[in-house]
Design a protein around this ligand. Structure first.
Ligand code: NDP
Length: 435
């Protein structure tokens, strides 16, 4: 704690894991007394670097770039890049730490990492984004590689940014390799990768609901965010017969009582991915919807909640509102969107609750499938990737049951995901010795 005193998000993520994993370590001699968790919380390597670029006005801008190479016990470092003004060491270390467990859960051989910059893509021209991405990669390239560290997208890093990053990597290394995932389809990308995190989250929630003999059909679903994860969580929800009532961004949320159907969602995608404007613009086309400025959507009555925006966006009072309104299932699309206090309430109420490291693992799992296709120099069909994704989400769900089922039959998915993720990494670290 003292060593990381200025890193609240990192401490939050570690505490959540420690609370469930330490009792398990104490009961199992092979892990006990080996300081294995202490080793896991220290990143193998942290890289910070200067990123200088020139804006459209000719001004020189300076940002800070990061890559946290957290753990490579079971495979090359793997995890996204985030471009957002709030990015700092604490946030990236929490994300990298979560990533280690998540990647372990996917059943694929990937270690954990995370990176990014405090660069704010909002309001920047395409040329500015390109210049920033090129400048960022002109340093990062020496620390990554297809068998070393394979970054992907995250908040503020989508297909456009991955393209610019890949272009500079290829130029500097003079090789065409699968060093990034989330690539375009014509240059090494995988089908279903853009959809994977959102779809995977809904597949996971579907698995949870099926333990109660229930499904998405006819359910009212509240979603936060309107970026990559939220959009495809909404798409899959609609396909499974659920009614999507809300979407949001950092300015507030929209509520459409009639439901955001496939046509309306296509409009949201146009607003967010092409025009890159605020979610409130939805009302210009659909004036019957309402916009709640500066608010999050948890006050809306629903059966299922899918937080898909950012960390710590669902607080204790939000959890109370959700429970009072009869919510039966919360499945995290974002990383650590629910605070510790909110999770406590979900557990006490014994509703279905999935932590992001389990329920949003479909994105990185499909990135793993993209890496496999790149290595094979082969391309799987949409159906093949989607069925593998479904299978992986079902396997993760099964692992959560194996390690998280309490004596009274309640499935504690937090405990299940933490222990299942831990065991595989810890076993590999023990086998490889003290390095
Ligand atoms: P995007 O950048 O595509 O979208 C992020 C969305 O969240 C936007 O609607 C954004 O609104 C909103 N948001 C971001 N920061 C804040 C904030 N501080 N307060 C309120 N709203 C905010 O990112 P993704 O959809 O890719 O990522 C969303 C979450 O999912 C993140 O937690 C990410 O780590 C996690 N995740 C993503 C994966 C992926 O494959 N993309 C994989 C696994 C997890 P605005 O535009 O106003 O900023």
């Amino acid at each position: 704690k003292e060593r990381n005193a200025n890193e609240p998000e990192f401490l939050q993520a570690v505490e959540e894991v420690a609370e469930t994993v330490i009792p398990y370590i104490v009961k199992h001699d092979i892990y006990y007394g080996k300081n294995i968790l202490l080793r896991m919380v220290e990143p193998e390597r942290v890289i910070t670097f200067r990123v200088c670029w020139v804006d459209d006005a000719g001004e020189i801008q300076v940002n800070r770039g990061y890559r946290i190479q957290m753990n490579s016990a079971i495979g090359p470092y793997k995890g996204g890049l985030r471009f957002h003004p709030t990015v700092n060491m604490s946030i990236l270390k929490f994300l990298a730490f979560e990533q280690v467990f998540k990647n372990s859960l996917t059943t694929l051989p990937m270690g954990g990492g995370k990176g990014g910059s405090d660069f704010d893509p909002k309001g920047k021209s395409d040329n500015e984004i390109m210049r920033f991405c090129h400048a960022f990669m002109s340093e990062l390239f020496r620390h990554i590689g297809p068998s070393t560290d394979v970054p992907a997208g995250d908040i503020g890093v989508g297909a456009r940014e991955i393209g610019f990053l890949f272009g500079m990597y290829k130029k500097l290394k003079n090789e065409f390799t699968g060093v990034l995932t989330g690539k375009g389809l014509s240059w090494g990308g995988s089908l279903i990768r853009p959809e994977a995190t959102g779809y995977g989250n809904v597949y996971f929630a579907q698995q949870m609901l099926s333990t109660k003999g229930d499904s998405f059909d006819g359910k009212n679903v509240v979603i936060s965010g309107s970026g990559n994860v939220a959009q495809y969580a909404a798409e899959k929800t609609i396909q499974l017969g659920g009614k999507v009532l809300t979407l949001s961004d950092s300015s507030g949320y929209i509520y459409d009582e009639a439901g955001i159907d496939a046509e309306k969602l296509a409009h949201v995608m146009e607003l967010k991915n092409v025009k890159r404007v605020r979610i409130s613009e939805y009302l210009n086309k659909y004036p019957n919807a309402k916009f709640f400025e500066g608010k999050t959507p948890w006050e809306v009555k629903c059966d299922i909640a899918l937080p898909c925006a950012t960390q710590n966006e669902l607080h204790e009072e939000d959890a109370k509102m959700l429970l009072d309104n009869g919510c039966i299932c919360v499945s995290e699309g974002a990383n650590m969107p629910s605070t510790k206090e909110a999770i406590k309430l979900f557990h006490e109420a014994k509703i279905l609750f999935a932590p992001g490291k389990a329920s949003n693992a479909g994105g990185v799992a499909t990135s793993g499938l993209e890496m496999t296709q790149n290595s094979l120099r082969y391309k799987w069909s949409r159906e093949e990737v989607d069925s593998k994704l479904k299978e992986i989400m079902a396997d993760i769900h099964q692992s959560c049951i194996e390690y998280g089922k309490d004596e009274d039959g309640y499935i504690d998915y937090v405990k299940g995901a933490n222990i299942a993720g831990f065991v595989k990494v810890a076993d590999a670290m023990l086998a490889q010795g003290i390095v």
